[in-house]
Design a protein around this ligand. Sequence first.
Ligand code: ADP
Ligand code: ASP
Ligand code: MG
Length: 432
Amino acid sequence: MSLIVQKYGGSSVADAESIKRVAKRIVETRKAGNEVVVAVSAMGDSTDELLDLAHQVTPIPAPRELDMLLTAGERISMALLAMSIRSMGHDARSFTGSQAGMITDARHGQARIVDVTPGRVRDALDEGAIAIVAGFQGFNRGTGDITTLGRGGSDTTAVALAAALGADVCEIYTDVDGIYTADPRLVPRARKIDRISSEEMLELAANGAKVLYIRAVEYARRHGVTLHVRSSFNNNEGTIVYNAPEQPAPDTARENSETPVEEPLIAGVATDLSEAKITVVGVPDIPGKAAQIFNIVAKTGANIDMIVQNVSAASTGLTDISFTLPKSDGQTVLTALTAEQGDVGFKALQYDDQIGKLALVGAGMRTNAGVSAKLFTALYEAGINIEMISTSEIRISVVTRADTVNDALRVVHAAFGLDSDDEAIVHGGTGR
Ligand code: ADP
Ligand code: ASP
Ligand code: MG
C-alpha cells in the first residue's frame, strides 16, 4: 500500500461541480489501494475575495484577525470535499491545520512550520479513512493562535504532510499540465517540462513563477520530497521536481559518455511585476555607507533583491545605489531611510514602482558561456532597455520597464529555442 499526498489548488475546487470531480479523483486513488491524504486550498479566488473584504473594513487589518478570516476559506473547501467523498460511499474526515498538527511560529501571514504532528491524520488513515487537511494554515503553541503560511501556502502544507507521514508521492494538482518553460498564460507557446531540479524550480519560484510556492520547494528540498505537479483536469503526466544528487564535475561528466550532462541549458523564464526600485541618490563614496544603508533597510525586515552601485563621479565623490524590493515594503523602507538621511548623508531618494523583472534560469548555465550575451542581444533586437542586471550561478535577471516585461518574456523564450509547436492549455483559474 502506498501513501499518496495530493494537493488541490483553488482553481481545481472552484465550484460544487469541481469539488465533485476532485472527490471522484481522490476516491479513484483510494480504490486503487492507496492511503490518501489531501491538502486543499480555498475555492477559486475566495482568499483574494476575503482579503478585499477585509480592506473594505479597514486599510490595515489586524494580522491575527486577518489570519482568522483567511483560514475560513480552506475550512469551507475541506468540509465540502469530505462531504462529497462520503456521499460516494467512502470514509473521509476533514481537519483544520491545527487538528492536523501543523505547528508554526507566531508570524501571522507568513508563519513558518516548526513541527508537524499529524497523529489524527495517521489515525484516520489507520481506520481506512481519507484525510482532508485544510491547506495554508497552522497553529502557534505559544500564542494559541491560528496562523497562515503565506500566499500559495497550501503547497507547503502538502509537502510538510508528505515529509512527516513518509509519503511515497506528493502530487500538486493545478490548472495547467505541469511546470512550463514560462507561464502559459503569458507565453502560449510555452513548453511543458518533464523533469526539473528543485534547485532550478527554487529560482523560478523565487522570481515570480507562482505554480509552486517557494517555501514548499525549499521544504521539499530539505526533506527529500519529490513533487509531481500535474493537472486535476486530465490524467496527463505532469512535471517531476527532483532533488538532484551532487553534480559530477563537468570534466568527469564529459569524459564518461554514460553519464551525459543531462540538464538542458535553460529550464525556464519567469517574470515578476510585484517589485519596485529605490535609488539612493548622492551617497558619499566612502567605506561604510552601503553598510549603513542596508542596515537601515534590514531593520525593516524587507527582502531586497538586486543591488547596483554606480561608479562615483570623480568631481563630487558621490555615487548612486539602487536596489529592488517588494512593492509592499516600499513605503516602510522609504520612511526608514528618510529618517536617517542626515546621518547617511545622501542627497535624495527615488521610488519607481513601474519596473518588471525577468529571470532566465538553467543549471546548464554553469558550464556554458554566452548565455548573457544571447539574452542581452534578444532584448536589444526587440528594442527593450535593460535597467539592472544581476546573476547567480544558474540565473540571469534583468529589470526593464513594467510595460515591456511581457514582450521581453516572449522574445527571450523564443531566442533560447523554448517555443513549442503546440499551444499550452490552461484548464481553469483566473490567473489572479
Ligand atoms: P493553484 O490554484 O492550483 O495553486 P496557482 O494559480 O497558484 O494554482 O498556480 C498555477 C498557475 O501558475 C498557472 O495557471 C500559471 O498561470 C502560473 N504559472 C506561472 N509560471 C508558470 C510556469 N512556469 N509553469 C506553469 N504555470 C505557471
Ligand atoms: N488559499 C491560499 C491562497 O490563495 C493558499 C493557497 O491557495 O495555496 O494563497
Ligand atoms: Mg498556488
